[in-house]
Design a protein around this ligand. Structure first.
Ligand code: KE4
Length: 425
């Protein structure tokens, strides 16, 4: 594999864009080396600027669940663009996507579209604070809800990758209203609630975590959170930016059998264009402007171009729900293949998997929270990442991320991936 053109492009990018990227996780800081510049992509494959073909396990960090340049999405976007891209006025397609999303996801009656997962989570927390009249939120170490100030406290994903979980620029005034708990530690949450009686508006969680690698909640933990929130009048916020429309039509609420009070989406719901959303029962959503007092807005929110991509994507998933099982089967196959390759070589590892989310951790201790995830051997991870890249397999460039399989990945691609693991170790 040669990467001259990518490296040259990176040098040029760094002159005009901070760190040469528009999102830090893309910069390979955690694994070293220069990031790969993509020229185009189709189905399961990325084609980079040096002419290399890479099997893609990121899918743009989740959105492209049916593979790159999925024809129905592309066609919808082209057709819609010819009629104008954004008007700043209501359009019918927003209602069509809202109706479809509400029909697919349990326990929601209304949805508000925004432009990113960050905006969805930030707006949902403001709504929860406005609805309850309380200020504090509880988040979990290693969970990432976007880069809004309240969330950059022991955040996951890029924030933890750079070892600066508490970002400069976040004021003490903001940080004091974000309480921190450990994932899968129900007692710790109960103690926080006890110590802040009557002050907590919401508990926000990734119901299946993907930003410290993939971490699955224990039944006792997630059911306990629901019961605690109900008892204490705290809103339970499910950040389904990753899991929404990926674990199934109904996302994590359906998969785990838990009703959240507000659900946030991003990624798949936009089909690869900038769409985020948050949703709840009408009784809660009616507190949002212009109907209610909680202000939230956005020039490009619900713009018809992004809506056309989201509508084509969700329509495809709604009409062929069997793809969710197909993806889960492929992910299980990958899990078993990588596990046997690593075991054969005597490499200490944990593999966490839920649906089509999976992550490999080079540690012999079960990975159940941020602390145990951080014990993974990053030197081994770096060798693994670059070894796989050299074999044409593109994995997330950080141990604190989940892979996202897309349904265009074939079993032949999976076999190529598995044999690459065996070879590099
Ligand atoms: P965005 O603002 O990046 O669209 O969404 C923020 C967000 C919120 N909630 C969850 C569970 C998320 O995973 C994310 C974004 N995920 C990262 C990858 N782990 C996006 C990649 C990036 O930061 O470039």
């Amino acid at each position: 594999m040669i990467y001259q053109r990518s490296s040259a492009l990176f040098q040029e990018a760094k002159k005009y864009i901070p760190g040469g990227v528009n999102s830090p996780v893309r910069a390979f800081k955690a694994v070293g080396g220069d990031p790969i510049f993509v020229k185009e992509a189709k189905g399961a494959y990325l084609y980079d600027e040096d002419g290399n073909r890479l099997i893609d396990y990121i899918a743009s960090w989740g959105p492209l669940i049916l593979g790159h340049a999925y024809a129905p999405v592309i066609d919808a976007v082209i057709e819609k663009a010819k009629k104008g891209t954004s008007f700043g006025m209501p359009t019918e397609i927003e209602t069509e996507l809202a109706k479809l999303a509400v029909s697919m996801v349990p326990n929601i009656e209304q949805i508000r579209f925004v432009n990113s997962g960050t905006e969805a989570c930030m707006s949902a927390v403001r709504l929860a604070r406005g609805y309850t009249g309380k200020d504090k939120i509880i988040k979990f170490a290693g969970c990432y809800h976007g880069h809004s100030d309240s969330f950059l406290i022991q955040a996951g994903s890029g924030a933890v990758t750079f070892g600066s979980p508490n970002s400069p620029g976040v004021t003490k005034g903001t940080a004091k209203d974000t309480l921190l708990a450990e994932y899968n530690d129900l007692e710790g949450v109960k103690n926080l609630v006890q110590a802040n009686q009557g002050e907590i508006a919401a508990i926000i969680i990734e119901p299946v975590a993907g930003n410290m690698g993939c971490i699955v909640p224990s039944n006792e933990f997630i059911q306990g959170l629901r019961a605690l929130c109900t008892k204490e009048g705290i809103l339970l916020l499910f950040d389904e930016v990753m899991t929404g429309f990926r674990l199934g039509k109904g996302g994590a609420q359906e998969a785990l059998g838990i009703d959240a009070d507000i659900v946030m989406f991003g990624k798949v719901i936009g089909g690869g264009l900038p769409v985020g959303a948050f949703a709840a029962k009408a009784e809660i959503m009616s507190h949002l402007a212009p109907e209610g007092p909680v202000y939230q807005a956005g020039t490009l929110s619900g713009n018809p171009l992004a809506m056309s991509a989201g509508l084509a994507m969700l329509t495809a998933l709604n009409n062929t729900p069997e793809i969710f099982q197909s993806l889960a089967d492929k992910t299980e196959y990958l899990h078993k293949g990588i596990a046997s390759a690593l075991s054969e070589k005597g490499i200490a590892h944990q593999i966490n998997r839920y649906g089509s989310m999976i992550s490999v951790h080079f540690t012999d201790e079960p990975v159940v929270d941020f602390t145990s995830s951080a014990k993974g051997n990053n030197e081994t991870f770096k060798k693994y990442f670059h070894g796989m890249l050299a074999k044409g397999i593109y994995l997330p460039p950080s141990a604190f991320e989940s892979y996202f399989l897309n349904d265009a990945i074939s079993y032949a691609d999976l076999d190529e991936t598995i044999s690459a693991v065996a070879t590099i170790f």
